[in-house]
Design a protein around this ligand. Structure first.
Ligand code: SF4
Ligand code: SF4
Length: 471
């Protein structure tokens, strides 16, 4: 990785300081890269995102393992198939994701923004390439300001080509979650995909290229709603990258390692924390909307503290209470964290239960209302029912239909007494029940329809309904 080799002296850092200034929106942020714990963590988070590119190629029993099959209205996840009837589970998944976000933010601020958000991660990849191709931030600024010449054109062309390549890969990968990835590649390469696939690709190329390549931190500042709502999720116990003002102030320049001054605090006013900030924030001015809590300023300041012989941690993860000398309460004593965790656990339990209890066949039976029953010419009473059955299994299933609950009931169905449910299809059909008036003891008699698999007797469904007769 192209983080700056830690060979700079404090004098070199001071010499660079003129280039680091707070983001006022007037120019592109070119953040310096320094090594450190949080930088490494950020790389690991970025590597996790590589799964996004790999996952569509995973196969399971001959088909794509993760597939949103919109034409057939199915979502395949390895051995599981989720149908539109089970889509309510999505609400549990959304609650789960929201609680994870709220809980993590309550504990440690915008961890999502700093490490996992696709905008942050893609921007990090794009700027890493920029660093490799055009040089460090100071060289990049010089290159930007220089008139166009052969080298500048070559470097810019190379960089933009790689950015476009990532953008194209991002677009194709996204589309690949909705159709077979290999067919999709062939379709794109032979220009034989439907219009919608081109629209998705174009939107993703444009979005990735512009957002990660040009807008970068401006997306976090101006477009992302999360920056605005996070204020309601953090409290005085939330730990955030914080400048230890008690220890750092009054800030002042140092003459080097071991240099002391009775009046000066530990901040040597080198501006490196500003120089590494991907959003151009000066953390020393307190918590700000632009801070995505990425911890890069912690790594930078630790490097400086090492060089000048001071203890690390002048900038560190710390809560508002800790700054004012109070103790951080344990997580299990924080009501906000407890509530988020409980909802999180309930959502996980609900999702696990649902996933393990998805019925192979979904059945609904509606009793005809107009009329509730009819008198037949032979004196019998007939009720009519509309069945809707969805076969969620990968193969067709034959069922035998019967009814219990009222002795002597005669059943006839528009399909005969054998029902064939096609895989993945919702089949509506009508069922008629007939009874003799003398069999009816009451106006409404509970009855139970039964569907039993002919080839798969283990699939057995029962649906409670009612037989209605005269008063
Ligand atoms: S907080 Fe640390 S990195 Fe920032 S100016 Fe002070 S010493 Fe330098
Ligand atoms: S202030 Fe520090 S933690 Fe916040 S965004 Fe800048 S570098 Fe990251």
């Amino acid at each position: 990785m192209n983080e700056q080799k830690d060979t700079q002296s404090i004098e070199d850092i001071y010499a660079d300081a003129a280039h680091w200034h707070v983001n006022t929106g007037g120019e592109t942020i070119h953040a310096k890269r320094v090594k450190g714990r949080f930088r490494t963590l950020k790389w690991y988070a970025g590597i996790l995102w590589l799964l996004f590119f790999i996952a569509p190629y995973a196969r399971w029993q001959g088909q794509q393992a993760i597939l949103f099959d919109i034409p057939h209205r199915q979502f395949h996840l390895f051995a599981m198939t989720i149908w539109p009837q089970d889509i309510w589970m999505l609400s549990l998944v959304l609650i789960l994701l929201a609680m994870t976000l709220f809980g993590v933010t309550a504990v440690a601020g915008r961890v999502w923004c700093g490490y996992f958000c696709f905008q942050t991660v893609w921007t990090d990849w794009f700027t890493w390439l920029e660093d490799r191709i055009e040089g460090n931030p100071i060289q990049r600024r010089k290159l930007d300001a220089a008139p166009w010449h052969g080298r500048k054109i070559r470097l810019k062309l190379f960089k933009h080509s790689l950015w476009l390549l990532i953008s194209i890969l991002t677009g194709v990968t996204f589309a690949a979650y909705f159709t077979d990835v290999y067919q999709l590649w062939i379709g794109y390469l032979t220009f034989e995909v439907p219009l919608v696939a081109w629209v998705v690709l174009a939107a993703f190329i444009f979005g990735t290229y512009v957002f990660a390549g040009f807008m970068r931190e401006q997306v976090c500042f101006w477009l992302c709603p999360y920056a605005r709502i996070q204020g309601v999720m953090v409290d005085k116990d939330t730990i955030l990258p914080t400048y230890d003002v008690n220890r750092g102030e009054p800030r002042g320049k140092t003459k080097g390692r071991g240099s002391t001054s009775g009046e000066r605090g530990d901040c040597v006013d080198c501006h490196l924390c500003v120089g590494v900030c991907p959003t151009g924030v000066d953390i020393r001015e307190g918590m700000q909307e632009g801070c995505i809590t990425c911890g890069m300023c912690i790594d930078a300041c630790d490097t400086v503290m090492e060089k000048v012989g001071n203890p690390k941690g002048l900038i560190r993860y710390m809560s508002e209470k800790e700054i004012s000398g109070e103790k951080l309460p344990p997580l299990y004593k924080r009501p906000r964290v407890i509530v988020y965790s409980m909802i999180f656990l309930m959502s996980v339990t609900g999702i696990l239960y649902c996933l393990t209890h998805i019925p192979p066949v979904e059945l609904s039976v509606v009793h005809e209302r107009q009329p509730l029953f009819i008198h037949m010419s032979d004196g019998g009473i007939q009720n009519k029912y509309t069945f809707k059955a969805v076969n969620k299994m990968p193969e067709d299933i034959r069922f035998r239909l019967s009814v219990r609950g009222l002795p002597g009931l005669k059943l006839s169905a528009s399909t005969g007494d054998m029902v064939v449910l096609k895989s993945g299809k919702a089949i509506p059909f009508h069922v008629f029940l007939r009874a003799r008036p003398e069999q009816l003891q009451q106006e409404n008699t509970p009855i139970y329809f039964q569907l039993r698999g002919i080839d798969k007797p283990e699939i057995h469904l029962e649906y409670k309904s009612v037989f209605i007769g005269p008063k």
